[in-house]
Write a protein that binds this ligand. Structure first.
Ligand SMILES: [Zn+2]
Length: 288
């Protein structure tokens, strides 16, 4: 009995040590596993769209259904106009071409990306690819077909961040950053009319993002990233991203780069009126 108890204690200690290591190095572990997850996801998207045609244009390869040639040309023009602006902002130049998948129907997008039926989606960054609904499809959802520009900029920002940080960030931070990119490049402020209460904490956003009110959580994420960039400057923001990419823990990097413990310190509540409606983006990513 005594011997059993001893081994039980040793086992327990080993498990505890393992958990402590995971917590201590979770950033590094995450960046190591991330390429595998991205690959698996990209295979699933490729399999689900294998009959799609391709339109190549410089750094982008646009995949579309035969009937969506017009949409493909439109997205090609959007990518040509905005693609390098987003990538230049992040100083991110991937060596491989970037795949853009155009879906004719929301159900197709949700089916391939396994987005639950109850959720609405206008685009998603997944599997290292940009997934968009066609402008016609947006029109069918009573959305401005031109909002595909916003969705493209938003998802490409996710791609650049993912490339730099290798998935090592909480979901709220990449959503806030993608919304900030729409703000910085397109002069579009997401959710500017939304009430700014309640004040979610960073812990709420980090660990309970999906349980929060979608729109308020996205809005708050945007305001926090905007506050970070405006208060500390873009160079610090970029240094922060690169530290995450090297596997540094998010909170530790916040302290090292910005000298703060929580983004709550830097909330920037200034709102710029924008008369545009909301373009909700329900991204399906793995870094929640
Ligand atoms: Zn997003």
């Amino acid at each position: 009995m005594r011997s059993n108890r001893k081994w039980w204690n040793i086992g327990l200690l080993l498990v505890l040590a393992g958990v402590m290591l995971l917590v201590r190095y979770k950033g590094i572990l995450y960046t190591g596993v991330h390429p595998v997850m991205t690959y698996v996801e990209s295979r699933r998207i490729s399999d689900g769209t294998e009959d799609y045609k391709q339109l190549e244009d410089g750094r982008f390869v646009i995949h579309y259904k035969a009937g969506d040639r017009e949409a493909a040309n439109r997205v090609k023009a959007i990518a040509a106009a905005w693609g390098s602006k987003v990538l230049d902002y992040f100083g991110y130049q991937p060596s491989d071409p970037i795949d853009i998948i155009i879906f004719s129907r929301e159900d197709d997008l949700k089916g391939v990306l396994r987005i639950p039926h109850g959720q609405s989606a206008t685009g998603a960054y997944a599997g290292g690819m940009i997934n968009l609904l066609s402008p016609d499809s947006l029109l069918g959802m009573n959305q401005d077909p031109d909002s595909v520009i916003n969705v493209f900029v938003h998802e490409l920002a996710h791609l650049a961040m993912d490339g730099i940080c290798r998935g090592n960030y909480p979901l709220w931070f990449t959503e806030g950053s993608a919304l900030y990119m729409e703000y910085a490049l397109l002069d579009y402020e997401w959710g500017s009319g939304l009430p700014e209460e309640p004040d979610y904490t960073m812990e709420d956003l980090t660990y309970r993002f999906h349980a929060l009110d979608d729109q308020k959580a996205y809005r708050q994420s945007f305001l926090l990233v905007k506050g970070l960039v405006e208060k500390y400057g873009k160079d610090s923001y970029m240094e922060f991203l690169h530290r995450l990419g090297s596997g540094q823990d998010f909170k530790r990097a916040l302290g090292d780069v910005f000298g703060i413990q929580s983004v709550a310190d830097i909330r920037n509540r200034r709102s710029v009126a924008s008369g545009k409606g909301l373009v909700p983006c329900m991204d399906i990513r793995h870094s929640g």
